[in-house]
Design a protein around this ligand. Structure first.
Ligand code: ADP
Ligand code: ZN
Length: 635
């Protein structure tokens, strides 16, 4: 009975036909009054898990969230759906706070978002005592973990909710996968009796591809032109200077791009983040200081022009792509220099030996993922202890299996060159020796007289760099912490040098080949035939969003507009069948979108810019909190 109600809410309020994996199970649990622990990856659809039960049950759903910046977004989105929602946090003035409290007491709110410290104040708890509460949702529940990077001590006090309101169902949600965190959540929040709902951490709509060598910037451009000529995305770089350079370069090529790093003022950072959310097709070029608390659903690509320092970081950063479930790319290009910089970064760190060792292992695992010739997704999931039976068919290695070559001879040449030059030089110098370059430093060191001088002329500099990179990543060569990137041999070299072992390495893809990865048939990308109408629908969406000062995706998701462009609904009733069109949005926007669709009916004259409306200046509202900084190289 209640569950059929839940399904109706899914369709009528949210406009969705089907639940995503585990959503209906979790909803069922809560609607029945039980507790739940829900682990879902980003984009898995966690919000519905508590929003629908809050709508179905009597009373107000109380949502504890640590990210003030996201509360307003969520509340905006809910109000668009016709759901009465509000938030209580430090950004409210006294008058607004009082009116929220008033609405609460009158039983008018279905959902209330509140920051943990505010919830725990005796003032708020006494307020809650006077309400009917539908449920408590504890979002980002991994914040209870002392070992995690997002630890919040107030989270540990949230067990008070259970003591004070033992009959109110609770749900804890997180996208953090590991089992230690899960146990801590259960302990700290006293969720021993909760149903546990654990989803796969696979993000099947994300296509992983990792390339190395060559000019990262040009490869990025080719990738953008080929796959994402108009899409919004994030480009990660390691240093601030590189961020500024790449952003300027993209702009010079007519791609709207903005830099984001800790060297910018707080104001600039906030403006850039806001524009990323509000404008269509904008690229943010960022150090890893960017990303926390961004839940823009239509980020179509995340590109790395550097190597992330661990698989956890890679998964988290790439995970910002495609939250809406539509195809998205996690693309990376990295080179020898990245590897050297990152290794030194790990080694030079002031932290203790134990920390360095862990950091070193994590980097090794990341390199292993890069060098892999098998399915990337299988390896990525295996790292998180998840077993994927079959190769995924949606990563670069599956789509375009890399070739390997017998690099034994060349590796021996490289290693003996390292040895004969005294293990004091970096890769560039060594490559010059191998290729027999006429170089003053080489002559000065009398290295032109070595037996290894010029023995590698038959391979290009690029090929040698790839070889050195793989020798480093596979542990045949060590990089000195001294800061000059000088290479030295490890014990692992011996069998190779003695001729007891062979070495197969990944062959770099020729340039043309790399560009030939084609989208597969399962791909739900828009047919070019519908592009004109889709762009017009987007423009209408942007216009409406600007009038209301909200991000466009809060009006309709891309998926919804795509379906409109493809199905071409010709009545309100037909529009109701489109994913993401619930009753409220149909009422509010149905006529406008229908009018536009009518203009595009076959035989009708094309819509002009004027009928769609031109863009106006951007209004700045909805403050976004400052970002959280992690490691970032200052340059
Ligand atoms: P998470 O918090 O797990 O990252 P969200 O709750 O933000 O995920 O949901 C991600 C996106 O998926 C949102 O844009 C949401 O509207 C959409 N979504 C959630 N559940 C469904 C569903 N059952 N059908 C279609 N879209 C859904
Ligand atoms: Zn694969």
């Amino acid at each position: 009975m209640l569950m059929s109600h839940a399904r109706r809410v899914l369709k009528e309020v949210f406009g969705f036909d089907e639940f995503r994996p585990n959503q209906s199970e979790v909803i069922n649990q809560l609607v029945d009054g039980g507790d739940a622990l829900t682990l879902m990856p980003t984009g898995g659809g966690k919000s519905l898990c508590y929003q629908i039960p809050a709508l179905v049950r009597e009373g107000t759903g109380i949502v504890v969230s640590p990210l003030i910046a996201l509360m307003q977004d969520q509340v905006n989105a809910l109000r668009q759906l016709g759901i009465t929602a509000a938030y209580l946090n430090s950004s409210l003035d006294a008058a607004s706070r009082r009116s929220v409290e008033q609405a609460l007491l009158e039983g008018q709110l279905k959902l209330l978002y509140v920051a943990p410290e505010r919830l725990l104040s005796s003032y708020t708890l006494e307020l809650l005592d006077r309400l009917e509460i539908a449920l408590f949702a504890i979002d980002e529940a991994h914040c209870v973990s002392q070992w995690g990077h997002d630890f919040r001590k107030e989270y540990q006090q949230l067990s008070v909710l259970h003591e004070r309101y033992p009959r109110v169902p609770r749900i804890a949600l997180t996208a953090t996968a590991d089992s230690r965190t899960r146990k801590e959540i259960v302990e700290q929040l006293d969720l021993h009796r909760a149903g546990q709902f654990i989803n796969s951490f696979d993000r099947p709509n994300i296509r992983y591809s990792i390339g190395e060598g060559g000019n990262g910037r040009d490869q990025l451009w080719a990738f953008l032109e080929r796959e994402h000529p108009n899409d919004a995305g994030i480009v990660y770089c390691l240093s601030r200077r590189r961020v500024d350079d790449i952003a300027a370069w993209l702009n010079s090529r007519n791609r709207k791009a903005l830099p984001y790093h800790a060297g910018l003022s707080q104001d600039e950072r906030r403006t850039h983040q806001e524009r990323f959310l509000r404008e269509e097709g904008l690229i943010i070029v960022a150090t890893i200081a960017f990303g926390m608390g961004i839940d823009k659903p239509d980020v179509r690509f995340v590109a790395h022009l550097n190597l992330p320092k661990s698989i956890e970081a890679y998964y988290q950063e790439t995970g910002r792509a495609g939250r809406d479930g539509e195809p998205a790319d996690a693309w990376m290009s990295y080179g020898l220099q990245d590897l050297i910089t990152l290794r030194q970064f790990v080694l030079d760190n002031d932290a203790d030996e134990q920390f360095k060792r862990v950091a070193h292992h994590k980097l090794e695992a990341m390199l292993g993922l890069c060098d892999l010739t098998g399915c990337r997704r299988q390896a990525l999931l295996a790292y998180f202890d998840e077993h994927l039976q079959e190769p995924c068919g949606n990563c670069d290695n599956c789509l375009n299996p890399p070739r390997t070559w017998d690099a034994t001879e060349e590796a021996r040449k490289a290693l003996s060159c390292v040895y004969r030059t005294g293990q004091r030089f970096g890769a560039n110098y060594l490559i010059n020796v191998l290729r027999g370059k006429d170089d003053e430093r080489i002559r000065h060191n009398a290295h032109h007289q070595l037996s290894t001088f010029g023995i590698g002329e038959d391979m290009s500099g690029v090929q040698w760099r790839s070889l050195f990179r793989q020798l480093i990543s596979r542990g045949y060569l060590d990089i000195d912490a001294g800061g000059f990137g000088s290479l030295s041999l490890t014990d692992k070299c011996r069998p190779l040098l003695r001729g007891e072992q062979k070495l197969q390495l990944r062959k770099q893809r020729p340039k043309s080949k790399r560009q030939q990865i084609k989208r597969t048939g399962s791909d739900s990308r828009l047919h070019p035939r519908h592009q004109g109408l889709f762009d017009a629908l987007r423009a209408l969406r942007t216009k409406i969003a600007r009038e209301q000062s909200v991000p466009p995706y809060i009006i309709f998701h891309d998926r919804t507009l795509q379906e409109m462009a493809e199905i071409h609904p010709d009545s309100l009733d037909a529009l109701r069948g489109v994913t993401g069109v619930g009753e409220r949005k149909l009422q509010r926007y149905g006529d406008q979108f229908l009018a536009l669709l009518t203009q595009y009916r076959p035989g009708a004259p094309e819509a002009s810019e004027e009928t769609i409306g031109r863009h106006h200046g951007l209004e700045e509202k909805n403050p976004v909190s400052s970002s959280v900084f992690h490691t970032e190289i200052e340059q």
